[in-house]
Structure formats: C-alpha cells, structure tokens
Design a protein around this ligand. Structure first.
Ligand SMILES: [Fe+2]
Length: 283
C-alpha cells in the first residue's frame, strides 16, 4: 500500500492517514515513514489503535530503544515506554511525567549519544491546551545571521539534567529515585551546530531544559548566545504547533527538531506513551 503523505505546515511536519501500525509488516512502508521523517522532521500518524508492545515493535524498526533516566516513569512491564501522564495512583502520586518538556529541547540531550527520534502516542488528551510546538532547527540554522552563526560555530554546550531553574525543569526532580538511579543520569557536551548523520544538513542543537553552560564563554556571554539563538529559532516561520487528536502517533527527529509542551488545565487528563530511539554522538 502506498502511503499518503501530506505536509502539515510551511515550517515542517507531514501527516500520514490510512496507515495501521498494529498490522504493519511492509518494509516499503517503514522506508516511506523514514523518508518522510528525513524530509519533514515530524511525521503524524493518525487514528492508531496500538498496544504498548506494538508501539515498541514499530519504534524498534528505526533503531534500538532508550530506557528513560527517570525510572519511576517507565511503564510497568514495558520499560521502553515512558509515561507522559498526569494520571495519579491510589496514593495520589503521579504515574508518569505530568509536565515534561515545558521549554524548548531535544530528547535525551544529556546523553553522550542523544536520541535519534521519539514517538509519542496520545491515549487521552484535554479538550484544550497541551499542544506541542516543534521547531525546524535545520531551516533556522540555514537562515542564521552570519555573525551569529560565527559565534555559535565550533562552540560546545554542556547539558546536565536538573541544572536549570524550576520553571525550565520538568517535574522529574520530584520523583523518588535511589541515589544510584540519580547517579546514573549522564551528562554530555555537544556542539551548538550539528550535522545530521543521514541528510548531512546543519542544524542548531540547543536544549533549554538542561543546558548548564556554553564552554569557553563566561556565563553572561554564554547566556547571551543562547538567548540570541533561541530568539532566532522560535520565530513563527520555523515553528509548527501540533494540536493533538486522540490516537495520534507523532514521530519526530531529535537530531534536527526541537519541541516544547504547552500547558493545559491540570484538572483534565493527558496520558501518552513515548518510545525513544537511540541515536549517534552529535558532530
Ligand atoms: Fe521532550
């Protein structure tokens, strides 16, 4: 079956209607999704009814899966699934990350080899709010002012989970974890401009959730550079806003796309399953 791939915005993103991930065994279709991911950065697969095992199996076709560092938010029985959820258990404790990624970032940026891509599956969504913004970091890089590009070129940033102020940090820090679980969370240093290993294109690579500093600059100079790059890549021309529909699977390329979760009324449930595909060391 040939897939119908339709662009979602001028900035990035395409949607695929009519695919059924639960029954998918056709290599050509995986290849079509892969091509759409490389071309559009974000692929939205509508109307999927899939089990955790099926999401894991589909995701694995694109690479090995990561286990999230916040161990209590892994789905019981399916550790490859991160629960992004504001559901609570009988004791009132959150069962997943209720407010993950409220600032611009790329997933698992604090790993030496950050994620290739993430798949987020919407099982319960609020009536309004809770959208996800995506930014095309390749287009933003190509449009950089030469002087700003020169300031970023050759620079590296250090990423440390929990290093940012409370408003930038998701609620993961409130979860109870053992000392050894905390100590296993990695730190990493990555270039501010990276090359996509498959397309060869340059992107800005910058996560505001965890950036500790830009190496080789004073804190003030580093903050200035991060602010200038952030102001640039968040311009509307580079951003697509995804309004979730129930049973959407959204697959994004963490190597060239940033994302940010928008707030919603916490009285309503928002429950999602994320799988995270491991990637390569940025260069
Ligand atoms: Fe994220």
């Amino acid at each position: 079956m040939k897939l119908d791939v339709t662009p979602l915005s001028d900035a990035l993103g395409a949607q695929i209607v009519g695919a059924d991930l639960a029954r998918w065994q056709d290599d050509e279709q995986y290849e079509a999704v892969h091509r759409a991911l490389l071309e559009f950065g974000v692929v939205v697969l509508r109307d999927q009814i899939i089990t955790p095992a099926q999401q894991i199996a589909f995701s694995r076709r694109f690479g090995a899966l990561e286990l999230h560092s916040i161990v209590p938010c892994r789905m019981p029985g399916y550790p490859e699934i991160l629960l992004v959820s504001n559901r609570r258990d009988s004791s009132g404790a959150y069962t997943g990350l209720p407010d993950a990624g409220r600032e611009w970032h790329s997933d698992s940026n604090f790993h030496a080899k950050p994620s290739l891509g993430s798949l987020l599956y919407a099982l319960e969504i609020p009536h309004e709010g809770g959208d996800t913004l995506f930014a095309n970091m390749t287009a933003a890089c190509a449009a950089l002012d030469p002087a700003l590009k020169a300031r970023a070129a050759g620079r590296n940033a250090r990423y440390v989970y929990g290093s940012r102020s409370a408003e930038n940090t998701d609620s993961a820090l409130k979860f109870t974890m053992t000392k050894s679980q905390w100590s296993e969370i990695p730190q990493a240093v990555h270039p501010l401009l990276r090359t996509h290993p498959e397309t060869g294109r340059k992107s800005i690579y910058l996560s505001l959730t965890t950036i500790e500093r830009v190496e080789g600059l004073s804190a003030a100079q580093g903050d200035d550079l991060v602010a200038a790059l952030s102001e640039h890549f968040t311009q509307p021309a580079f951003v697509y806003r995804h309004r979730w529909r129930l049973h959407d699977v959204v697959f994004w390329d963490n190597r060239c796309i940033n994302h940010k979760a928008m707030p919603f009324d916490e009285r309503h449930a928002r429950h999602m399953h994320r799988t995270t595909i491991a990637g390569d060391r940025p260069y």
